[in-house]
Design a protein around this ligand. Structure first.
Ligand code: ZN
Length: 316
């Protein structure tokens, strides 16, 4: 089998207050809100997408902010830590910036690289690593210079209830290259230059619990619709149970739960976020799929208003 993902497409997590979610990911981290839409399965809940200037695959984190959500528990069967990559030399800038928002920052080493580890306002585990690879973001917000801005994902740390089986899926289903171990992690590489270093924690972890501050699923890239259909068949042939192909407006999706408990998705690079909004106006309007348009007034009335705004240090 020759299918190989080039890395992470997007990561989707839970949050509670939508404005606090926007303030953290746009205001503090400086990402662009590239799409404001609703959970297609629950139209009273936003679905917010944050990424680089275009919302390129490998840069997109998405949230379902629901004020009444319970708090989750990070554990096995989840992405444990979401890794962002910044340009070389930018870590000190970020350490100072995060501390100016009273965010606690830890430093840790893995595979010879330094990671700044912190949590979002709901407790989601995040980290920053500096690397030369990957294009710089073209989006600057909150006074973050372009040469310091987050480029997208550096990778992710996976927490599995059965790391051996998760490793098998990463290598033999997703086509990643298994490399070395360091400090209790096994690293997998893809050919992409972003979202391309996946670290599997080798200790099996007890099941986490879904809810605010945890990741719901991680999506892997398929380059086009044809390859995506091949993935769907391949995942099935390998004995996993993929869903049918689902139209998510901005990409097509197939989901399956890998045997280590993590919900995996395979998502197409096309058509992307400029499908229904001009590239220079991404994220400005509430976008609804055609079948929800007749209910727009009611849907909008049920959502808390949100805005992308500058956040001053110390406000979170
Ligand atoms: Zn997804």
């Amino acid at each position: 089998m020759t299918l190989q993902t080039s890395g992470i497409h997007h990561i989707t997590a839970f949050a509670r207050n939508p404005q606090e979610n926007v303030d953290f990911y746009a205001g503090v981290l400086g990402l662009r809100l590239v799409k404001k839409t609703i959970n297609f399965d629950a139209p009273e809940v936003y679905h917010l997408y944050f990424g680089n200037e275009a919302g390129s695959p490998g840069t997109i984190i998405t949230f379902f902010p629901w004020p009444e959500s319970r708090k989750g528990r990070i554990g096995g069967g989840q992405v444990g830590t979401t890794t962002y990559v910044v340009p070389e030399g930018a870590l000190e800038y970020w350490e100072n910036r995060l501390e100016s928002f009273s965010i606690l920052v830890d430093k840790s080493e893995r595979f010879g690289e330094t990671y700044l580890q912190f949590r979002d306002n709901e407790g989601l585990q995040l980290e920053l690593v500096a690397r030369a690879e990957g294009a710089n973001s073209g989006w600057s917000f909150g006074g973050i210079p372009l040469d310091k801005a987050i480029k997208g994902f550096g990778g992710a740390v996976l927490y599995s209830v059965n790391p051996e089986k998760t490793a098998h899926v990463l290598e033999h289903v997703l086509g990643m290259k298994k490399t070395e171990e360091d400090g209790g992690y096994l690293r997998f590489l893809t050919d992409g230059d972003i979202g391309n270093r996946i670290d599997l924690r080798l200790a099996a972890l007890p099941w986490g619990g879904g809810g605010a501050g945890t990741v719901h699923h991680i999506a892997w890239r398929a380059k086009d619709f044809q390859e995506h259909a091949q993935w769907q068949s391949f995942v099935s042939e390998e004995g996993y149970q993929p869903t049918t192909i689902i139209d998510r407006q901005y990409f097509n999706a197939v989901y399956f739960r890998e045997p280590g408990g993590i919900l995996f998705e395979i998502a197409t690079d096309p058509p992307g976020f400029a499908r229904d909004e001009a590239a220079d106006a991404l994220g400005e309007k509430l976008m609804l799929p055609a079948w929800y348009e007749p209910q727009r007034a009611q849907i909008e009335a049920n959502l808390l208003p949100i805005e992308v705004r500058e956040v001053k240090g110390g406000r979170l």
